[in-house]
Structures are given as structure tokens and as C-alpha cells.
Design a protein around this ligand. Structure first.
Ligand code: HH2
Length: 282
């Protein structure tokens, strides 16, 4: 919560004086987190608008599930799933990021008005950074161990925090080399992407370490499996209380952007966390 910091996007910049709440809109039939409850563009749009009413600062739209074991879909399918909702939200004036690792999908979404690209593969496709740079868009770089089909098979790290910090610093340098300016980049340790319960807990405990790199830090822990392992709650949609607790702890440890499903609950938790952090001068 440093005064004056901003995250620059395609046509605007968002202040980082308090953490931003990024509402998740999964337009996929196989998402783990909302169980494919969104089955039409109309339902997707209504859900997205509800998240904005509840206080989301921006929305993250995705047309491909990244849950462990999920099958890949083509760029055409992703575009087909996302575009009707994206266009309507752009018309509303809602700031959006597109959750994709495909440059073709990013290009179409940015041309239609998306402000940022959230790439969980950190530019694994060599055209991604030039597409983001050309559009002047924001960019989230996330750490993943392997890919969604393989990532949970015995992930190992000598030092999970140090290794992920090095990886993200390298990807941020690569993005800048290809023309993405540093004020547009945000970094995400990738909770649940090739990590055991202990790795996830260590990353959240040491979240502040990622701020040393100088970029806004994204925390995406909402409804994830590690919360179910702790609480015994199997249904991801029932993990909102635990998700709100993690959001508050994340704020206390320096998270700048919280990627969450239940915006209303997260906002309350964040408001309390901010009040405590400010009180202690943190
Ligand atoms: N988590 C998911 C997807 N995208 N992006 C960032 N930057 N950080 C995350 O932690 C992150 C992400 C997975 O969660 P979700 O979108 O809820 O599920 P699914 O991929 O099954 O649609």
C-alpha cells in the first residue's frame, strides 16, 4: 500500500494504494471453481455484472480451464466462449483482463477492448509478449510448474520462494526485452499450479518477498484445492470463507491484486485487513 503506485493498462492505469479486487469470470464448461454453472453468454454477463456491483475493480475473463488435468481447447473455441461477454462488458466500461496463454486469443480480446492479458504460462508462446507490447496492455506473469496436465505430479523445489522469484524475474526481463514496459507488468507466484499444500502455504507466508522485484503482486488462492485440504470442504463453491481469510492474510503480506470468485466476501475481508495494516503503519 505505497502511495502513488499504479498498474498501467492499455487505456488507463489503476491505483495500487489499496489492493485491487479482480473478479473471476470463467466462461468454461469445466471450470473447477464454479463447476460449469455458467452455461450461456447471458449467464456469464449477468454474473460478471454482479461482480462489478459487488465492488470488483476489474474482471478476469477466461475461456479455457486451467484446473489440474483439464484438456486444452483451440483458440477458436476460446474466442467463441469469451467474446460475446467481453464485448458487452467493454461497452459497460468495465476494465478486463483476458486469461489466456494463446497470442491469437489475446490479440482479438485486446482489439475488442480488453486492458490486460493474464498469461498463466508467462509468455510460453513466443508471440505473446509482442502482442501485449503492441497493444500497450497490462500483463500478468504467473509461475506454473509444468502444464495443467502434468503440474501436480510430484512437484519439487529446493527453495520454492527463491526458485519462483528467479523465474518471475526472468520472465519479467524477457517481457521487457520485447517491449512490455515495467509499469504494465504484475507477477503471480501461481498458487496451486504445480505446488503441494506446503509449497502453497510457504508462498503465501512469504508473499512479501515477491514485492522486492518491484512489480505489483497478484494472489490467486480463491476456492483452490489447498483450502479444501485444510478445511475438509470438498466443494470449491463452498470455500469462500476460507478464500476471504486468505485474501485478508494476503493483504497483510503485501498482495496488490486479489483474484477472487466471491467479490462481496473478499471486499469485506480486505476492508478489515486494510484497517489493521494501516493502524500498524504497514
Ligand atoms: N488461477 C486460475 C486461473 N488463472 N491466473 C492467475 N494470474 N493466478 C491464478 O492463481 C489463477 C489464474 C485457476 O483458477 P480458476 O480460474 O478459478 O479455475 P479454472 O482454471 O478451472 O477455470
Amino acid at each position: 500500500m505505497t502511495p502513488g503506485r499504479r498498474w498501467r493498462l492499455r487505456t488507463r492505469s489503476l491505483p495500487l494504494e489499496r489492493p485491487l479486487i479482480m473478479g473471476v469470470v470463467n466462461l468454461t464448461p469445466d471450470s473447477f471453481s464454479d463447476g460449469g454453472t455458467i452455461s450461456s453468454p447471458q449467464e456469464g454477463l449477468a454474473h460478471a455484472r454482479r461482480l462489478i456491483e459487488e465492488g470488483a475493480d476489474l474482471l478476469d475473463l477466461g475461456g479455457e480451464s486451467t484446473r489440474p488435468g483439464a484438456e486444452a481447447v483451440s483458440a477458436e473455441v476460446e474466442i467463441e466462449r469469451v467474446m460475446p461477454v467481453l464485448e458487452a462488458l467493454v461497452a459497460d466500461g468495465t476494465p478486463l483482463s483476458i486469461d489466456t496463454s494463446k497470442p491469437e486469443v489475446a490479440r482479438v480480446a485486446l482489439a475488442a477492448g480488453a486492458e490486460a492479458v493474464n498469461d498463466v504460462t508467462s509468455g510460453s508462446h513466443r508471440e505473446m509478449f509482442p502482442v501485449v507490447a503492441d497493444a500497450g496492455a497490462g500483463l500478468i506473469l504467473m509461475h506454473m510448474h509444468g502444464n495443467p496436465r502434468t503440474m501436480q505430479t510430484e512437484p519439487r523445489y529446493a527453495d520454492v520462494v527463491a526458485e519462483i522469484k528467479t523465474f518471475l524475474a526472468e520472465r519479467a526481463a524477457a517481457a521487457q526485452k520485447q517491449g512490455v514496459t515495467p509499469d504494465r507488468i504484475a507477477l503471480d507466484p501461481g498458487i496451486g499450479f504445480g505446488k503441494t499444500l506446503e509449497h502453497n502455504l510457504t508462498l503465501i507466508r512469504h508473499l512479501r518477498a515477491f514485492r522486492i522485484l518491484g512489480f505489483p503482486v497478484v494472489l490467486g488462492a480463491s476456492r483452490k484445492k489447498f483450502l479444501g485440504l485444510i478445511t475438509g470442504v470438498d466443494d470449491p463453491a463452498q470455500r469462500d470463507l476460507a478464500s476471504a481469510v486468505i485474501a485478508a492474510l494476503g493483504v497483510e503480506r503485501g498482495a496488490d491484486i486479489l483474484r477472487v470468485h466471491n467479490v462481496a466476501a473478499c471486499r469485506e475481508a480486505v476492508a478489515v485487513a486494510i484497517a489493521i495494516v494501516r493502524e500498524s503503519g504497514g
